[in-house]
Design a binder for this molecule. Structure first.
Ligand SMILES: *Cc1c(COP(=O)(O)O)cnc(C)c1O
Length: 395
């Protein structure tokens, strides 16, 4: 037998963390990494945050799981808190981002079905999007590496060039019920939608009775310096999927919707065994306690400004390697002039964890609790990694 006990679907690197503390990860030998990956935008309070750990410990000892067959007060409370904080009127809790997208897609479909238009079952999406790894969500992108081996996939989605409003206009026909987009593409290479594009999508949705579905799984929950990224665009969705940061490391996601959009989500249309269990709700409440503190977003914005300035200052010293900085808040991308994956691998040996993305971008997704000294350390480590990398590039 050659297959490993763990299904070999990941090409894992050598880093083997066993403990985390704040912005650092440690392996069994005590090696330390500055964690500017945050488990891919998940650990927004860093590792072992006392308020989050305390909330989970307390809830685990009280009640972990019951069932959605019963009333779950913690779920109703958190839903109300999210409704109060956002555009939404109603919330469904999931265990992951892809599940939050599945619920968002079903909400859109159910809306048109309930309105007597079951033929409006298709959704417009965008090239290089990432919405998860389920069959529906891999159908929603044109990324070959996600789709390969799983075709034929259903025709529920029509993928268009990111940023091309004219293509969107031309693609709207009686089969289209909604538009799904990441306001800032994450996996695709930290590519923010322009103001004109996102506003244009909103206007087209209003004009044609389509639902605007935002995937804020990566860019949501304070990551970009507002609680949700769309707030900075002044564009309000009808449906929004969130996950990653909202649990701070506990697996949880949610689909948020307006009353109008959720018109078809009646008893029996959707469900989840674990979704919204008391333990997950306690984790979310703890994360929200911290990120809604009055000074929290100001801190994120201050650190984002400093990190961007520090990276921009670093680029000219290694301008054969680095091209530019892009992104919003602490969802930052460093565009490389060569393979970003190779540089991320190399940077690990200099004690910093980053994440590669499409378009040769290195993603910097630090915990939102970083301080100035972490930024200095990040740039020192990136510079050292870049200096040691130069011969390899020249060769
Ligand atoms: C990570 C991610 C997802 C999928 O989330 P999972 O929890 O891995 O299912 C969906 N959309 C975006 C934008 C993401 O970054």
């Amino acid at each position: 037998m050659t297959i490993t006990a763990l299904m070999p679907v990941y090409g894992r690197c050598e880093v083997e963390p066993v403990r985390g503390d704040g912005c650092y990860l440690y392996d069994a030998e005590g090696r330390e990494w500055l964690d500017f990956a945050s488990g891919i935008a998940v650990n927004l309070l860093g590792h072992s945050h006392p308020h989050l750990v305390g909330a989970i410990q307390k809830q685990a000892a009280t009640l972990m799981h019951t069932s959605n067959l019963y009333k779950v007060p913690a779920q109703a409370n958190l839903a109300q808190r999210l409704v109060d904080l956002t555009f939404a009127d109603t919330v469904f809790f999931t265990n992951s981002g892809a599940e939050a997208l599945e619920c968002s897609i079903k909400t859109c479909r159910a809306h048109h079905y309930a309105a007597g238009h079951p033929e409006r079952y298709r959704i417009l999406t965008f090239s290089n999007a990432f919405h998860g790894r389920t069959l529906a969500t891999i159908s929603a992108t044109d990324q070959e590496k996600l789709r390969k081996g799983f075709e034929p996939l259903p025709d529920w989605f029509h993928v268009l060039p990111f940023g091309d409003l004219e293509a969107v206009k031309a693609a709207i026909d009686p089969s289209i019920g909604g538009i799904l987009i990441e306001p800032i593409q994450g996996e695709g290479g930290i590519r923010p939608a322009t103001q004109a594009f996102l506003q244009g999508l909103r206007d087209l949705c209003d004009e044609h009775g389509l639902l605007l579905i935002l995937d804020e799984v990566q860019c949501g929950v304070a990551r970009t310096g507002t609680l949700f990224a769309h707030e900075q665009y002044g564009v309000t969705p009808d449906i929004m999927a969130i996950a990653k940061g909202i649990g701070g490391g506990f697996p949880v996601g949610a689909c948020l919707a307006t009353e109008h959009a959720a018109s078809g989500m009646v008893v029996g249309t959707h469900g989840s065994t674990y979704g919204g269990n008391p333990l997950a709700m306690a984790a979310c409440e703890a994360v929200l306690d911290v990120v809604t503190e009055p000074s929290f977003l100001a801190h994120v914005n201050e650190m984002a400004t400093r990190l961007r300035a520090a990276l921009e200052q670093m680029i000219p010293n290694h301008d054969h390697l680095f091209d530019s900085v892009r992104g919003m808040g602490l969802m930052m991308g460093l565009k490389m002039k060569s393979d970003s994956r190779a540089f991320v691998n190399h940077a690990r040996s200099h004690g910093i964890l980053l994440v590669a993305a499409g378009d040769n971008v290195v993603r910097l997704l630090p915990p939102l609790i970083i301080e100035e000294h972490h930024i200095r350390e990040c740039v020192d480590k990136l510079s050292a990694a870049a200096r040691a990398y130069e011969p390899a590039v020249a060769a």
